[in-house]
Design a protein around this ligand. Structure first.
Ligand code: SF4
Length: 318
């Protein structure tokens, strides 16, 4: 139910806003796997076009944070604050995606940014999906982390349930609430979110037990790095992160969601499809290009010309 709801909301936001939408991204800093945000939306600045021109992929954060600039090329081994193996892998990926270019000096590989990294991230919205408020799961803890940490500019709870005054009273005041119908795509703003303070240090609860909660203080720089990482992941990944079912009953929607004619609903290919499904009829996966759909329907650009002055990809072998 949550997968179907999540995809419907992602498709709705893609169609009705100019936000970049992605699913299931880490939303914590000290314990990165401790909070996974269902939907992350990036509001962008006018520099989005400059970002899109570099690459359709995620630019490695360590490359952006390294001492490799857009001016003189530097020896890559002196430019990273991590192990040499990790730095090498980041450099290779950055050259492959067109963010670094390489030149040789005295037989050594020197790199520089192909262009200055653009200031394209305006703000981040984190959306927690709980289609059925009668089954809130870990909602209390999740929202407590979001509000205390303040990594996102706004946090929203999206639900299909009717939202009562009692529900609202149980939620932190700053959490916005949407009611969303995944069948007809109607979204009602029940309560606007209150902006959080991502530029200030935050407190991350890392371990909650009945009589004890461990916390980590997360400074503003660490939050800024994580926010850029989320935005880059969102840009590279998007929300169509599934393979369409290799089944005769798969009939993707125009926006690329995995609709199944047998069940007459959107299905989760990872858990619903395969030999254990009673309707499964092996076939070629539908001939649908999810990248082309994303390119057409969102600000993301599938095949930018790139900004490298040398041919990217070849550079890594220089
Ligand atoms: S495997 Fe089952 S759920 Fe998946 S598309 Fe086929 S009939 Fe539908």
């Amino acid at each position: 139910m949550e997968f179907r709801f999540e995809l419907a909301l992602a498709a709705h936001l893609e169609a009705t806003t100019d936000w970049l939408i992605a699913r299931q991204l880490g939303g914590a800093v000290a314990d990165p796997g401790g909070r996974i945000m269902d939907l992350c939306a990036v509001r962008t600045t006018d520099a989005l076009g400059d970002r899109a021109a570099i690459t359709s992929r995620e630019i490695p954060s360590l490359a952006i944070e390294s001492d490799v600039g857009a001016g003189a090329a530097v020896d890559w081994r002196d430019a990273f604050d991590c192990s040499i193996e990790h730095a090498r892998s980041v450099v290779d990926r950055s050259i492959d995606c067109g963010f670094f270019e390489v030149e040789r000096h005295n037989g050594r590989r020197y790199v520089r940014q192909t262009t200055r990294y653009p200031d394209w991230i305006d703000s981040l919205v984190g959306i927690e999906n709980k289609p059925d408020l009668a089954r809130p799961g870990d909602l209390d803890r999740q929202l407590r982390v979001d509000i205390a940490l303040g990594l996102f500019d706004e946090v929203i709870l999206a639900t299909e349930s009717y939202v009562t005054r009692a529900h609202l009273n149980r939620l932190p005041d700053s959490v916005g609430v949407w009611r969303f119908d995944p069948d007809d795509g109607e979204r009602t703003v029940v309560r606007e979110p209150t902006p959080l303070s991502p530029d200030e240090p935050g407190i991350e609860p890392t371990n909650a037990e009945p009589l004890r909660t461990d916390i980590a203080v997360v400074d503003a720089d660490a939050k800024a790095r994580k926010r850029r990482r989320i935005a880059e992941r969102a840009y590279g990944k998007g929300w169509r992160t599934y393979d369409l079912p290799a089944c005769d009953h798969a009939a993707p929607t125009d926006d690329g969601r995995p609709y199944c004619e047998w069940f007459d609903r959107i299905v989760d290919p990872a858990t619903d499809c395969g030999e254990s499904c009673p309707g499964y009829e092996p076939a070629e996966s539908p001939d649908v290009d999810l990248r082309a759909i994303r390119d057409e329907r969102s600000p993301w650009v599938a095949d930018p010309d790139g900004v490298s002055r040398s041919q990217s990809g070849l550079g890594r072998f220089l």
